[in-house]
Design a protein around this ligand. Structure first.
Ligand SMILES: [Zn+2]
Length: 238
């Protein structure tokens, strides 16, 4: 069964299915970005996935958070997500955490090989960023608004961190999100995680990929260290 399930990916040059099966990934957020990330990491057979989300499914989530169905409105997102993901691939060990991360409880993330930021607010993103930097774990970050998205990978000790990229955190309240944008960026995060775990290709370390779906313009921007960044220490010319 193992070989049959993965037969179309194990022939990719450099692929190591057993390595994926031993990997642990923590995905923070089971919403619009998280739906894409989780479906595809589970389908690919990543061995162990921690899913963190303290929210309950609302009707207004359903235009983009395709892990959750109409009948899930009112349920905890992690419960709704686990049901679909277990049905998709029972070989994956899923660890649900129905909590909102804070500076005090963030250590529940443990020691994953890769952290995925699939959040929708900067406050929580910066908590996860600090944990990633302190514990030297790669962090895949994406954000979406309307028809635009961006994605980067923080590699602590090598690249600027999210506190370098967002020096002046401002929350934006409710902003528009097109479901397909969240889906696209979520799938890009999933692909980035697989590349990190398998050591394949070039990851987005030290660069921010800005995606404009309306113009189909994909732009790479180098991320810059913030001078004496309070989280990673920063550097003048990384
Ligand atoms: Zn920094």
């Amino acid at each position: 069964m193992w070989l049959r399930r993965y037969e179309r990916q194990v022939t990719v040059p450099g692929w190591d299915q057993e390595k994926l099966g031993r990997a642990h990934v923590a995905v923070v957020g089971a919403g619009g970005l998280g739906s894409g990330v989780l479906y595809y990491l589970v389908a690919a057979g990543v061995g162990r996935i921690t899913v963190v989300d303290g929210d309950v499914v609302e009707e207004s989530n359903l235009n983009r958070q395709v892990l959750h169905f109409t009948s899930d409105v009112g349920r905890r997102k992690v419960e709704s997500a686990l049901e679909k993901l277990e049905a998709l691939n029972p070989e994956v060990t899923l660890e649900p955490l129905a909590i909102e991360l804070t500076g005090e409880n963030v250590a529940v993330l443990g020691n994953p090989d890769v952290l995925v930021d699939a959040l929708d607010n900067l406050k929580s993103r910066l908590i996860v960023n600090q944990y990633a930097v302190e514990n030297r774990m790669p962090l895949v970050h994406a954000a979406v608004e309307g028809f635009q998205g961006l994605i980067t990978t923080v590699v602590p000790g090598r690249t600027p961190c999210l506190a370098c990229i967002y020096p002046d955190p401002k929350e934006r309240g409710k902003f528009p999100v097109v479901g397909a944008t969240a889906g696209l960026l979520g799938l890009m995060e999933a692909a980035e995680v697989l590349k990190l775990l398998l050591g394949l290709g070039e990851v987005l370390s030290g660069r921010l990929l800005i995606v404009n779906i309306l113009s189909w313009e994909f732009r790479n921007v180098r991320t810059k260290f913030r001078r004496s960044c309070p989280v990673c220490g920063g550097r003048e010319d990384g």
